[in-house]
Design a binder for this molecule. Structure first.
Ligand SMILES: [Zn+2]
Length: 126
């Protein structure tokens, strides 16, 4: 499951963003995942939970924003509607060849966190 190493990468990038804030705790991390990255959002979220389980940041959510790839026609110059998870062989309007655009994203979009400065925190007492 390569999602686990990707979750690890996301986590270390998110933690790096928190470095100027000592004691800060991750609350929510938002990423964009492209269709062509071969990452399954469900598996990524599962790996994320497994990674944070038992840590003070176990409640941190991972929001995955799905970015589908687009098929563009060079002749018409516009993106064409694709069937879900399927591809068009040629442009439905002019029969011209299509190229694929986007879908390669793996971006850290937003990192939300709390800094425990006078704040009582959300201590879990299991
Ligand atoms: Zn066309």
């Amino acid at each position: 499951m390569h999602e686990l190493s990707i979750a690890q990468e996301i986590l270390s990038s998110a933690r790096a963003a928190l470095q100027p804030y000592p004691g800060a705790r991750l609350e929510r991390v938002r990423v964009a995942v492209g269709e062509l990255t071969a990452i399954e959002p469900e598996l990524l979220r599962f790996a994320w939970e497994a990674l944070l389980e038992g840590t003070p940041e176990a409640a941190c959510d991972l929001d995955v924003e799905w970015r589908p790839a687009q098929q563009l026609c060079a002749t018409c110059g516009v993106p064409k509607a694709r069937p879900p998870r399927g591809w068009l062989p040629v442009c439905g309007d002019c029969g011209g060849p299509l190229r694929v655009d986007g879908g390669q994203e793996l971006d850290l979009l937003q990192v939300s966190f709390v800094v425990p400065d006078g704040e009582n925190g959300h201590e879990r007492d299991d």
